[in-house]
Design a protein around this ligand. Structure first.
Ligand code: MF3
Ligand code: CO
Length: 251
């Protein structure tokens, strides 16, 4: 597949998908407190997504059994919700969810602190989020894709953290994963030229320790190898003739 340019009409549908997903994330964020299970989060996610007439895009994707990925602490992404996995004070919780609205996808992730967390955890969450916005400064027509990658990594490294290299962001549209792949670290080549109408899911995954990750026994959960904390922040965006439009964020 190659990189597709979306029409104004397609972008309008993705705008709606993004707006809905932002609301879903807001609702999930509000329910995060000590004592709830990761499965409780998934139940609300499924309900909320369907209440907007959307399809939860993760559910059954390559056999994934839930609507949301809930990854705690040293888990990077793809944590599977479970009844007996209970959120506690001091945890950091990464929530990744996707919706399909009238055939168009939106994909977004947030990392949330549960009550009082360590100084390191707080900094990690903030640096991860800000690294996305550092990338946004280069998400402009005429720039190259890997300008975004480099900006993300430079910011992360400057704060003493590392970017996961084994997982990448992606194009998005009628499919959750479209071309191009979007690494979160500096590349040797500049990558494709960005053009108005390209829709991308940019998603830095940042570790407090080494960038090395592995897959747990459940064949889904990705965790840091050294047990250090990890955070994730993702939005679906569209490249325009000016500033990028962040579709999955409520301002
Ligand atoms: N949100 C993930 C991504 O950005 C995909 C989740 S994988 C799934 O690529 F299996 F959980 F759907
Ligand atoms: Co994604």
């Amino acid at each position: 597949m190659s990189v597709t340019i979306k029409s104004a009409k397609e972008i309008e549908l993705m705008r709606e998908a993004g707006k809905i997903l932002a609301e879903v994330h807001d609702a999930l964020e509000q329910m995060i407190k000590p004592g709830i299970s990761t499965l409780d989060i998934d139940k609300l996610a499924t309900e909320k997504i369907r209440s907007f007439g959307c399809i939860p895009s993760f559910l059954n994707y390559n056999g994934y059994p839930a609507s949301v990925c809930v990854s705690l602490n040293d888990e990077v992404v793809h944590g599977i919700p479970k009844k007996n996995r209970i959120i506690k004070e001091g945890d950091i919780v990464s929530l990744d969810a996707g919706v399909i609205y009238q055939g168009y996808h939106s994909d977004a992730a947030r990392t949330i602190a549960v009550g009082n967390v360590s100084k390191e955890a707080e900094l990690l969450i903030n640096v991860t989020k800000q690294s996305f916005f550092e990338g946004m400064k280069y998400a402009k027509a005429g720039n190259h894709l890997h300008d975004i990658s480099a900006a993300i990594e430079d910011y992360v490294i400057a704060h003493g953290f590392t970017c996961v290299k084994d997982l990448v962001g992606h194009g998005i549209g009628t499919q959750m994963h479209e071309d191009p792949q979007i690494p979160n670290f500096r590349q040797k080549r500049r990558g494709i030229r960005l053009e108005p109408g390209m829709t991308l899911a940019i998603e830095p995954m940042v570790n407090a320790g080494s960038h090395e990750v592995w897959c747990l026994e459940d064949d889904w959960t990705i965790a840091t190898q050294d047990g250090s904390l990890s955070a994730h922040y993702e939005n679906t965006i569209v490249i325009t003739t000016g500033e990028p439009e962040i579709l999955s964020l409520r301002w």
